[in-house]
Design a protein around this ligand. Structure first.
Ligand code: SF4
Length: 152
């Protein structure tokens, strides 16, 4: 039976980004097709009930792992604390990954939810994971990003 894989929906061309556009990645789509994988498209931020378009958000304090540990903060561009929505997004995303049997994920780099190596913190790109990426990794799911496919 074909394997399922959790994928940031914007990488598949769904217009789920904060500004209502997508991040379609032909290399990721080709990888899914070539390996006969069944993508489970998820936008954690939409799953948490955030609207699209929505205000841009970034880490005010810490990164995704810190949010899971209770000491990270995410704010939107109007300085409203939206940490709770991002934490709920991670919880719900993990439930979907588990329900659909995903052992692997491909997530959009630099997103406060989906970033797996770098995220935005107070106007800087810093090393760290988004909240959903950190949640999936903590549950033992292998997390890749579109950058792992772009040069192949
Ligand atoms: Fe894409 Fe993740 Fe941002 Fe949703 S939360 S638009 S899936 S990067």
């Amino acid at each position: 039976m074909a394997e399922t894989i959790f994928v940031s929906s914007c990488l598949l061309g769904l217009p789920t980004r904060y500004d209502g556009t997508d991040n379609i990645c032909p290399e990721v789509i080709a990888y899914l097709q070539q390996n006969n994988l069944i993508p489970i498209p998820v936008c954690p931020e939409q799953l948490a009930g955030l609207p699209t378009p929505r205000l841009k958000c970034w880490f005010r304090q810490g990164t995704g792992k810190d949010v899971l540990d209770g000491c990270g903060i995410i704010c939107d561009e109007e300085a409203k604390d939206v940490t709770g929505a991002f934490a709920a997004a991670a919880e719900d995303s993990l439930k979907i990954a588990e329900l659909t049997g995903c052992k692997k994920a491909i997530l959009k780099q630099r997103s406060p939810s989906c970033g797996s190596a770098r995220v935005h913190q107070n106007g800087q790109l810093v090393t760290g994971m988004g909240v959903t990426a950190a949640k999936l990794v903590a549950a033992g799911i292998e997390v890749l990003s579109e950058e792992d496919f772009a040069a192949k």
